[in-house]
Design a protein around this ligand. Structure first.
Ligand code: AMP
Ligand code: FE
Ligand code: FE
Ligand code: ZN
Length: 280
């Protein structure tokens, strides 16, 4: 079985509709795929219906934006939580609002140096989608300022750039506890993605485990091999699941569906642990 547990549609910053993404997953030879849009579950119904039509398994998921007290960005994947859980919904709504205000502010700052406007950015945001820097990148591409999202991140949108603005997000341990309360299975996404900015140390990981974290996304292109060795050791010592995934964003990133996969027994464990909604 080929299982990919981390993908994005245009419900957040991926480029494909949820049903198109599922068709891409089937075409890539996947047997099971999770849709994990940033701070949104709005794509679940369309993805589930498409997966049913194509005869592959659909795992409902979400990637929750978090921030530590020291300002480090952390992403927590949630599988099989109840999408109607009030506490979790409230937190992701706050993050989505804050992401919007923050993106507008970044564009204001950028407008001093580039011919960019908020209206130009909005052309690349699907109605109701969770807004992120990739949408600003798309406007920069359309303006001919950069060629790819990756170039936009490297040159203009990094956390070290003068246009960088932070946004509200819950503490990772608080998010983990909320996900568990909603019947979900929390997995720390790309824990060692040094290429995106600062990453958390062992103390925060152990704090998240104490709050109910159930897995680590070890096999992800942004985790350097040396870091994976340490992540596998933590998973072994503390009895956590280990997942592997692509973090596919359609044409918005080079990541390919199925470039990392998760073991069948691990998906079975997730299916057994998640009580908020079901794999179909
Ligand atoms: P934001 O959500 O606004 O903090 O932006 C981060 C998002 O941008 C991540 O979820 C990735 O999907 C995407 N991203 C980060 N780095 C890159 C990159 N180098 N190229 C393309 N997309 C990226
Ligand atoms: Fe993303
Ligand atoms: Fe992420
Ligand atoms: Zn992701």
């Amino acid at each position: 079985m080929r299982i990919d547990l981390h993908t994005h549609s245009n419900v957040s910053d991926g480029t494909e509709d949820p049903d198109v993404l599922i068709a891409s997953a089937a075409a890539a030879g996947l047997d099971a795929v999770a849709l994990t849009d940033h701070d949104s579950t709005a794509g679940w119904d369309r993805a589930r219906a498409a997966a049913e039509g194509l005869g592959i398994s659909f795992v409902p998921g979400m990637e929750v934006s978090c921030r530590t007290d020291t300002g480090i960005s952390v992403h927590v994947l949630s599988y099989l939580h109840d999408p109607l859980h009030a506490g979790l919904r409230e937190e992701i709504e706050k993050s989505r609002e804050a992401r919007l205000t923050r993106a507008r502010r970044m564009v204001e700052l950028m407008a001093g140096d580039f011919p960019i406007t908020w209206d130009l950015v909005l052309r690349h945001v699907t109605e109701g989608a969770t807004v992120g820097r990739p949408h600003i990148a798309d406007a920069l591409i359309a303006l001919g300022i950069v060629k790819t999202r990756s170039e936009a991140f490297d040159r203009i949108l990094t956390a070290r750039s003068p246009y960088w603005v932070s946004h509200y997000a819950p503490h990772p341990a608080a998010a983990v506890a909320l996900i568990r309360d909603a019947g979900g299975v929390p997995v720390f996404a790309h824990p060692s993605a040094f290429n995106r900015g600062a990453v958390v140390g062992g103390a925060v990981i152990h704090e998240m485990i104490d709050a109910g974290l159930l897995g680590l996304e070890v096999e992800h292109r942004d985790n350097p091999e040396e870091a994976r060795v340490e992540l596998r050791r933590i998973a072994r010592d503390r009895g956590l699941l280990v997942t592997g995934s692509s973090d596919y964003h359609g044409s918005g990133k080079p990541n390919l569906l199925g470039e990392n996969v998760t073991a069948r027994e691990t998906l079975e464990a997730i299916t057994g642990l998640g009580t908020g909604t079901a794999v179909s």
